[in-house]
Design a protein around this ligand. Structure first.
Ligand code: NAD
Length: 260
């Protein structure tokens, strides 16, 4: 379905981003992957996607806190593959703390990676998409773009911001064949979720099992984590022609969390 198209997925060395990259590659798109991690493991993943799906994969180490590196990653993707057709803003981090103790550097870092990076990537990618009159911009928001949880001031603020940015850019690009949407997962079992368990244990004085059952899945009526593959399948659908009328939407995939 996506043969001849190019997708850039930020934060795709792990978790949901890697899931998007593999699912889009399975549809024939060339891919730019991005994110941090062990260099050998990233190179192994890059070549695995190429081999598994017969596409070309370029790795960009751009740091999502750095606007220049983000713009450069978009430019390099266009130079390498000839176009950037699908942009997925996905890199994200979490930090859990009561607001009065929330470290200022953590606030700034989360706003930079989880919100401002999407603005910088969109800003750089839009001219090419407008020229070609086709594009798909998808951002991974979160159930936390619609509702809040305590101790996540920066994350919830950034994700609400992603929902607003999505709507604004969707209106600007509505007549250019470019759709702009965000996907709002509930809890998906990835390293990001695993890493916040120790801090939540401390903040709430709970065991790991209690955090999983009584905090994370407490709000998710299905009582099951969403899978990376389920989130990626929704992104693939948004890239299809069948989804060309879906723009400015915030699509929940949260086991019923935000229905409550
Ligand atoms: P993850 O920790 O597995 O992956 C995060 C990715 O972002 C990694 O590839 C990491 O290297 C990259 N990254 C982090 N900082 C970066 C930086 N400065 N520059 C470039 N890359 C950077 O996390 P995940 O759970 O797969 O999360 C992906 C997205 O999904 C995030 O935006 C997150 O907020 C969102 N999300 C996750 C869940 C969940 O339950 N896991 C739920 C809702 C939304």
């Amino acid at each position: 379905m996506l043969k001849g198209k190019t997708a850039l997925v930020t934060g795709s060395t792990s978790g949901i981003g890697l899931g998007y990259a593999r699912a889009l590659a399975a549809e024939g798109a060339n891919i730019t992957i991005n994110g941090f991690g062990d260099a050998a493991a990233i190179e192994a993943e890059r070549t695995r996607i190429e081999k598994d799906f017969g596409v070309r994969v370029f790795y960009s180490p751009a740091d999502m806190t750095k606007p220049d590196e983000i713009a450069d990653m978009v430019r390099k993707t266009e130079q390498t593959f000839g176009s950037l057709d699908i942009l997925i803003n996905n890199a994200g981090i979490q930090f859990v703390s009561p607001v009065e103790e929330f470290p200022i550097d953590k606030w700034n870092q989360i706003i930079a990676i989880n919100l401002s990076a999407a603005f910088h990537a969109i800003r750089a990618a839009v001219p090419g998409m407008k020229n070609r009159k086709w594009g798909r911009i998808i951002s991974t928001a979160s159930a936390h773009s619609l509702v809040a949880s305590p101790f996540k001031a920066a994350y919830v603020s950034a994700k609400h911001g992603i929902a607003g940015l999505t709507k604004t850019v969707a209106l600007e690009l509505a007549t250019f064949g470019v759709t702009v949407n965000c996907i709002s997962p509930g809890y998906v079992w990835t390293p990001l979720v695993e890493k916040q368990i120790p801090d939540t244990m401390k903040a709430r004085n709970m065991t790991a099992e209690q955090v999983k059952r009584d905090v994370l899945l407490a709000a998710q009526p299905t009582k099951e984590f969403v899978t990376v593959e389920e989130v990626a399948a929704l992104a693939v659908y948004l890239c299809s022609d069948a989804a060309k009328a879906i723009t400015g939407a915030n699509l929940s995939i949260d086991g019923g969390w935000t229905a409550a």
